[in-house]
Design a protein around this ligand. Structure first.
Ligand SMILES: [Fe+2]
Length: 456
């Protein structure tokens, strides 16, 4: 923040500088000796939050100078400073009466009073900035991007907005201006989960994110938790990219980068118990669930002695893609068609829910080199007793690989609903034991129970 002081007495500059340094350390005070210098500073060193004019100034008429300032930069708080006589003679009454941003300060200076008047001007400017930054946007031209994306960067190449109403938005991040991680956290604390970008800018943002995540994951010696957090950010980008662009070579390569990072965890240090223990549980939203499901499936697969690279790729791709086309992310809690929450959705959304597996399966077919992830995706809502959907397959009809994924998927969904503590995991598995201790489900269930038991 900057304040401008126009005064031809340089001793007075120092007096105000000391006050600002002591009491308004975030405001930089710029001093000008005459009106022309002030206008130049306003035009070239701005923006200024407030302006102070010392009314004894010989080169200019304070009222005319104030009008020139308003014309040049719009309404800003102006404080006319002077002796009672100077204020009376040189400040036009109508300037004070018609503007709620103009004030007068009668000399001599008294620190506490002076601080108060500065405070009033700063608050006025901040309120005004807020009002001015609320803009009307055409919703059709803007797309939401999850707030989590913005943790990847230090500056946004585009303006990003918070939605206030369906038509009113406020700028949260300015193009090319550095922001801090705590700024993003503060936005998150207000319950805001998405920022809005212009449609044309979304693809560029996602491509930048892909490059950034790929670079991070290529580093050696990263901690498990950081690798997992980066993978979650990666899967989030995969989901958004798929929905807005579709399958491209860039996306296929990127999915391979994430898959490899995931595989390395088991190859180097981690067991299934380590994964359950170190996973950066936050909201267990779609992206978090996808990464966790991939890792649990792989842990179960390894536990059963399956070592095929292709099996691993199928399970991982299925984990990343299976729920990407849910019309509402909250639907990840819905595990069967009789679920009461389903009734709160429109007919179109219910239809999309019923078809989300089919649509994701079709997309999975487009990834060359990973065949048959599609049937795992299509069967992820089937259940051991045949009460699932869409085909009502039971334990004897489901393949071993599908059974691993159904078990994993339902286990993670329950953690998302009830929390990821050891106690919850144990009780969730206890309840699942009644239905899943059959057919191909038996062995992975046993391995999962053992991994949870070893959590300590
Ligand atoms: Fe699903």
């Amino acid at each position: 923040m900057k304040a401008l002081f126009i005064c031809d007495e340089k001793e007075e500059w120092n007096y105000l500088r000391n006050i600002f340094r002591a009491h308004f350390s975030k405001v930089e005070l710029v001093c000008a000796i005459k009106g022309a210098d002030a206008i130049e500073a306003l035009n070239f060193q701005g923006p200024f939050t407030m302006i102070m004019i010392e009314c004894g100034i010989k080169s200019d008429n304070p009222s005319e100078l104030a009008r020139e300032i308003y014309e040049s930069i719009g309404e800003r708080p102006i404080i006319f400073i002077g002796t009672e006589v100077m204020l009376k003679d040189r400040v036009d009454n109508d300037l004070i009466e018609t503007s709620d941003s103009a004030q007068i300060y009668k000399k001599p200076y008294e620190v506490n009073q002076f601080k108060e008047i500065i405070q009033v001007s700063l608050e006025w400017a901040q309120k005004e900035d807020f009002v001015n930054s609320v803009i009307e946007l055409n919703r059709d031209e803007f797309v939401p991007l999850k707030l989590r994306n913005f943790y990847l960067f230090r500056t946004s190449p585009f303006d990003a907005y918070i939605e206030l109403t369906k038509t009113k938005y406020i700028k949260a991040l300015s193009k090319d201006k550095p922001y801090t991680q705590s700024q993003i956290q503060d936005i998150g604390k207000r319950g805001i989960r998405v920022l809005y970008l212009h449609k044309d800018e979304q693809l560029k943002f996602l491509e930048n994110s892909i490059d950034k995540i790929s670079t991070v994951l290529s580093k050696k010696g990263m901690q498990t938790k950081l690798i997992l957090q980066t993978e979650i950010a990666g899967v989030l980008v995969i989901h958004q990219y798929l929905k807005s662009v579709g399958v491209t070579d860039k996306l296929t390569q990127f999915i391979n980068v994430i898959m490899e990072a995931s595989a390395k965890l088991y190859e180097t240090t981690s067991t299934l118990t380590d994964i359950l223990k170190n996973f950066p549980y936050e909201h267990l939203d779609l992206a978090e669930q996808a990464v966790l499901k991939a890792l649990i499936s792989e842990g179960l697969m390894r536990g059963m002695g399956w070592s095929s690279e292709m099996t691993r790729s199928k399970l991982t791709l299925a984990s990343y893609l299976h729920d990407v086309y849910l019309p509402d992310e909250k639907m990840i809690r819905i595990t069967h068609l009789e679920h009461p929450e389903l009734e709160s959705y429109s007919e179109r959304e219910r239809e999309e829910f019923i078809n989300h597996m089919r649509k994701a399966a079709d997309i999975a077919k487009q990834f060359s080199g990973i065949s048959e992830a599609d049937f795992i995706i299509e069967e992820h809502h089937e259940l051991p007793d045949g009460s699932g959907f869409p085909r009502r397959y039971n334990a004897s009809k489901l393949t071993a690989i599908s059974s691993v994924f159904v078990l994993t998927s339902n286990f993670v969904t329950q953690l998302a609903i009830h929390g990821p503590s050891k106690l919850t995991m144990t009780s969730v598995l206890g309840a699942m034991n009644n239905h899943y201790n059959v057919g191909h489900f038996k062995e992975p269930l046993k391995i999962l129970k053992k991994a949870v038991k070893d959590l300590g």
